[in-house]
Design a protein around this ligand. Sequence first.
Ligand code: AMP
Length: 217
Amino acid sequence: MNNLIFLGPPGVGKGTQAKMCAEKFSIPQISTGDMLRSAVKQGTPLGVEAKTFMDKGELVPDRIVIGLIAERIGEDDCKKGFILDGFPRTIVQAEELDKLLSKKNLPLKKVVSITALDEELVKRLSGRRTCSSCGEVFHLMFNPPKTADKCDKCQAKLFQRDDDKEATIRERLKVYKSQTSPLIQYYGNKRILEEIDGSLEIGKVFGLICDAIGNSR
Ligand code: AMP
């Protein structure tokens, strides 16, 4: 069963790679960041609470994201497998996930840890622009939209996520190092960790990931 986790600092391309793998293997990509942004956009109580943390580049409280994930992996489309993108991000979340998965008898197949240097991540994130309507992601240098500030797919306006501004990016990287990177050892000890160089070109990274998770390209 393809139950996978994609781990990595902000900007390393884990969302892009998770999306590509999800399409290839016809399993859902479950991004807690996307779920939270959608709750913020809808103005739900959960979204209002989460926004205060997200705007500062901090992690939202474990209980919020654990609740979201517990509900989501219980849905029918997860029966064939899933990719967790941006979850877990703390040891507490990883331990709670272990409990949830063992209750459902769903073993984790692999944890893909994607890495890159901080300066590369800052460069990538500060140029990122997101569509305000469909969520498509562009990059001013690496993947520019055909018309400035407009989405190629739906023509809606592009915007820069508040948490993609440089000061917030630095804070997110700090948070990743202190709270999320211990998960590399956590999953390394379980012998399911695969480390991938995220500084390579997108297609190359994808190939390495496919090889690492043991599915032919
Ligand atoms: P992302 O799109 O994955 O970079 O997530 C954007 C923001 O959402 C993060 O900076 C956190 O504030 C919040 N977030 C997403 N996933 C988690 C998580 N698993 N635990 C805590 N906060 C999260």
